[in-house]
Design a protein around this ligand. Structure first.
Ligand code: SF4
Length: 494
């Protein structure tokens, strides 16, 4: 089926405002719709002047104060903690007035249908869009990375004015789904589509034919508003390790099971996108860029052939078993190939905790990797987690000692509190043996936000709180370090 050329364009609303580069998934879907002759217009918050939320921005005393409040478990502060956090997260997720105004104006032009790409913090904005679309009689389809989880989707299906939710990789099937939406047909005949009242299409399996994906279309994104033109790309979906008990990425729509595009199609896309967008800088959004060593090594060996003078950043997993592609020699080659910044999940420097998380890494390997990457001249960023179930004061001491030892080698640390996520191995472990998790008090799921809420008990002990304060101090000191010019241009991108 092809679209009616006389029809008004589809309105694609990309609510993602967490990155200073185009949204990769939206680029794929827009290309797919255009290949099927759909006319599409994109509405993106940044284009309207809504400020982007920057990760790893330049920190100052206010960030440290907020961090101390956020991580605090002092008995007195605890009383206000939940309400403070609620106010903060509501403030972050509030619909921006500019966005609301623009959505109303766009709906007044009567698009053929509305497609929304949303994160789970954007419920209120989706309510706003649903209301306006319903009043105008325009059908709406909602999608996002976690709508493949039935319990999460159930919570969102009650938004008035949303016809259906898409939960899965629909890169090749979205045009057909949109046709059915416009015709008022039965959407449940499409895989991965959920409807209010419990009706749904069959589950959609992970997409296998990644090498047949077209080049994403980023031409509608506000390139002039980005601080630096960086092109997002992905060499594969999922993670070849996929076992970390806390990991929500590998249960998301795109992250289920590991699939690689193969190096040939990746290199072809790099050359094409660099030419189209007149930029030589790339961010690889793979959750584990060294999942397929043929691709990882292919990038190191050929990136400069397809994008001479180009630079790139990505996230790797320092996996312990077998070759992980991260030897000192390979990292030096990677630097020569343009790898400017690398991110990895350290999580904790306690081996006991890492094993409990099924992280598949050792502290010695992480240490070697860190020193080797730094020595090669690559800026290193890591993500860490505080409050993983069972974390003790001794685990925190080991982590602090590790951060002191690797202070010079680490450029940025992103520290978060442990967040239980539905459908992860943690969810299953908790259901099987809730009594094992004595440290998690008052545990309950919030499926609208797809996260578990709890109080962490050891937080109250004085020596634990002292080590935690030390951890926050170290993180702040690392995040205040000046960056090289190259690394600075990529700061806040992952
Ligand atoms: S290595 Fe990273 S992406 Fe893979 S399962 Fe672990 S946390 Fe998730």
């Amino acid at each position: 089926m092809t679209s009616n050329p006389l029809q008004n364009p589809l309105l694609f609303i990309d609510l993602n405002n967490f990155a200073a580069y185009p949204t990769l998934a939206v680029g794929y879907l827009i290309r797919s719709l255009r290949l099927a002759n759909h006319s599409v217009e994109l509405l993106s918050p940044l284009a309207l002047g809504v400020p982007a939320f920057a990760r790893d921005h330049e920190e100052n005393w206010k960030d440290q104060l907020l961090r101390r409040l956020y991580f605090s478990s002092h008995p007195v502060l605890n009383k206000f903690h939940d309400s403070l956090r609620n106010v903060h997260s509501k403030w972050l997720s509030r619909p921006h007035p500019l966005m609301i105004k623009e959505v109303h104006q766009a709906i007044a032009k009567r698009p053929a249908a509305i497609l929304i790409s949303a994160y789970l913090s954007q419920y209120e904005m989706c309510v706003e869009i649903g209301k306006a679309a319903k009043a105008a009689g325009i059908p709406v389809l909602l999608g996002g990375p976690f709508f493949n989880l039935a319990k999460v989707t159930d919570e969102w299906l009650n938004i008035d004015g949303i016809n259906a939710i898409v939960g899965g990789e629909v890169d090749f099937t979205l045009p057909d789904i949109v046709d059915t939406l416009q015709e008022g047909g039965d959407l449940s005949r499409h895989k991965g589509v959920f409807l209010a009242g419990g009706k749904a299409g069959d589950m959609i399996p992970p997409l296998k034919e990644l090498d047949q994906l077209p080049t994403p279309d980023f031409t509608d994104f506000p390139w002039d508003k980005y601080p630096h033109p960086i092109i997002p790309t992905m060499t594969g979906r999922g993670c070849s390790w996929g076992a970390c008990t806390f990991c929500g990425d590998v249960v998301s729509a795109n992250g289920r099971t590991f699939r690689s595009r193969g190096v040939k199609s990746v290199l072809k896309e790099l050359a094409e996108q660099s030419k189209t967008h007149k930029s030589k800088d790339f961010i690889f959004l793979d959750i584990k860029l060294n999942s397929d060593l043929a691709v990882w090594n292919g990038l190191i060996d050929h990136f400069q052939e397809v994008v001479p003078g180009g630079r790139w950043i990505g996230t790797v997993h320092v996996n312990h078993k077998g070759d992980n592609g991260l030897s000192a020699a390979r990292l030096k080659d990677a630097k020569k190939a343009g790898l400017t910044r690398i991110s990895f999940g350290l999580e904790s420097a306690s081996q006991t905790l890492l094993d409990e998380m099924k992280k598949g890494t050792t502290i010695e390997d992480c240490s070697e990797f860190l020193f080797a990457a730094h020595e090669a001249g690559i800026s290193v960023r890591t993500s860490m987690m505080q409050g993983f179930p069972g974390e003790t004061v001794d685990d925190l001491r080991q982590t602090n000692a590790f951060l002191r030892k690797h202070f010079d080698a680490l450029d940025r640390v992103r520290l978060s509190l442990f967040k239980p996520l539905p459908n992860t191995p943690f969810d299953r472990l908790y259901q099987r043996q809730p009594e094992k998790y004595t440290s998690l008090k008052q545990f309950k799921w919030d499926y609208r936000l797809a996260r578990g809420l709890y109080r962490y008990h050891p937080n109250r002990a004085k020596d634990y709180r002292k080590e935690k304060r030390e951890l926050l101090k170290l993180v702040y000191a690392i995040n205040r370090k000046p960056l090289t010019d190259d690394a600075q241009q990529f700061n806040g991108m992952m």
